[in-house]
Design a protein around this ligand. Structure first.
Ligand SMILES: [Zn+2]
Length: 130
């Protein structure tokens, strides 16, 4: 199985993630990422609000067993109000899909986002225009 090494995301989608994270700050936001895997790239196309999400109470509170068996969901994104982009143990215990994206304060540009695979390896992120 080819290893995924790149995640691609439009600038508009990243802005939407940042905006949601800013709105909930200093609480955490979490969203599901819908997209497609092609060869070694995962293209994120859409954000999905998780069912029964308990906003602001941390990643651990999302009932992952309640999530749909939806293979178009490629992963999750959540915010770190601390600004630290390193995933916590809790994050890996709640890994869902193929990728784990983290956005951090100040939610301004691509330096405030990081994406990892389930092995904890950092993947490269490609921000596309339009
Ligand atoms: Zn986290």
């Amino acid at each position: 199985m080819a290893k995924t090494s790149t995640v691609s995301l439009s600038a508009e989608l990243l802005d939407a993630i940042f905006e949601g994270a800013r709105r909930l700050y200093p609480k955490e936001t979490i969203l599901l990422l819908r997209g497609k895997k092609t060869k070694d790239t995962i293209r994120v196309d859409e954000l999905v609000v998780p069912p029964l999400a308990t906003y602001g109470h941390g990643f651990a509170n999302i009932p992952l067993h309640m999530l749909p068996m939806d293979f178009s969901i490629v992963g999750t994104v959540h915010s770190h109000p601390s600004g630290n982009l390193t995933p916590s143990d809790v994050d890996f215990n709640h890994f869902f899909g193929r990728i784990l994206m983290i956005v951090g304060v100040p939610f301004a540009d691509e330096r405030n986002v990081a994406v990892y695979n389930s092995h904890g390896e950092k993947l490269s992120l490609q921000i596309t225009k339009g």
